[in-house]
Design a protein. Structure first.
Length: 72
């Protein structure tokens, strides 16, 4: 979480009030991958391209832990 603390002042002016919760969600996923020792870049590359086309009920299959169970 050190990168979060270092960048906090830089993210004050990200662009909009909605940016804070979005950054928090992305960092939560990244930190989950790091704790599980998953390659963050591989996880994101596998998940992000088709994310917009998936139904909402499928999102639980895309969590870092679910992805690790199917891709290890």
């Amino acid at each position: 979480m050190r990168p979060v603390a270092v960048g906090r002042k830089n993210w004050i002016h990200v662009g909009s009030p909605q940016a804070g919760p979005k950054i928090a969600a992305i960092l939560s996923v990244v930190e989950s991958c790091r704790r599980m020792k998953l390659p963050v870049r591989d996880y994101m590359a596998a998940i992000l391209p088709g994310l917009a086309d998936l139904p909402l009920r499928s999102v639980t299959q895309l969590t870092p832990s679910a992805w690790a169970n199917t891709n290890r």
